[in-house]
Design a protein around this ligand. Sequence first.
Ligand code: FAD
Length: 302
Amino acid sequence: MMAPVAEFRSACSTEEAVTWLAELGADGCVLAGGTDVMMQYARHELGPAAFVHIEGIEELAGVGRDGVVRIGALVTHRRLAEDAALRTSNPALADAAATVGGWQTQSVGTLGGNLCNGSPAADSAPPLLVADATVELQSRAGIRRVPLEEFFLGRRRVDRRPEELLTAVEVEPLGSRQAEVYLKVGRRGAMVVAVVGLAARLSFDARGAIAAARVALCSAAPTPLRVRSVEQALVGLDAALPGWQDATSPSLRDGIDALMHAVSPIGDLRSSEAYRRAVLPGLLARAIEICRARAGVGVPEG
Ligand SMILES: Cc1cc2nc3c(=O)[nH]c(=O)nc-3n(C[C@H](O)[C@H](O)[C@H](O)COP(=O)(O)OP(=O)(O)OC[C@H]3O[C@@H](n4cnc5c(N)ncnc54)[C@H](O)[C@@H]3O)c2cc1C
């Protein structure tokens, strides 16, 4: 039997959207770019009484800077990939956005949609996690801020109530002597969901050793995750030492061991569990190398 056709409401402001979401409760469904929602609706995975279309709410589409970088929920992957200021302040997020689907998906898919969809493979999640992101959720009751690390509750489950709209994500920009990168392994170079993804934000000391590290993953557990045990193991690693990037070198070994303990990848259509585990050590070593190059450490001055 065909499901009843859902009502379609197009909101002009955040206030209008949250009023409708309060009225509809669990019968409402937020529709941003629709790249996930429309597929799920076509597959009968959801059947809301009404869609609340938010794509026209201009106040959710901006990027602001005031110590932290504030990115509106409706900022698209294309904008994240191309915005020159964002490429400087949060380059791993730009790296990740450039790998999402193809040009069409990037042009309409939004940051808020990527997070609220709750996929373990969300490409924007690892770079946001290493930037200590906080999500802002608005309802008629007010504003709630949730650290992104606590937002992901399980596969397709996030800490958002039906009456709440994700309005913005706040992230730390890169500091001095820091660099970051997002690396994605997929079955092809484009148009693919991540087999695994890894973001690293590293701080270097004056000699070029790692002074602090943040590392996060997607497609390696039921939710995107920050791997603090790996971060601790990497502190002090001096990537100027010959052979450091060999997976058996003592300097990298602790980080890889911690990584293997922290992940719980599954086997699915895109990859076996064993393959996901096998590519992670190389990804971590490459992320360190790229961060060193981007930070310009170890390069003689003058
Ligand atoms: C061909 C194709 C390729 C893809 N490739 C990738 C890929 O490589 N990597 C990747 O990570 N994703 C990929 N995706 C998934 C998708 O494009 C992204 O997750 C996208 O960012 C979703 O954004 P959207 O605006 O389209 O969200 P929608 O589809 O509009 O919404 C997604 C979910 O979030 C909710 N939602 C949306 N915005 C808000 C908000 N502001 N507040 C509260 N709830 C909200 C919706 O109710 C829904 O549950 C792909 C999709 C397609 C169709």
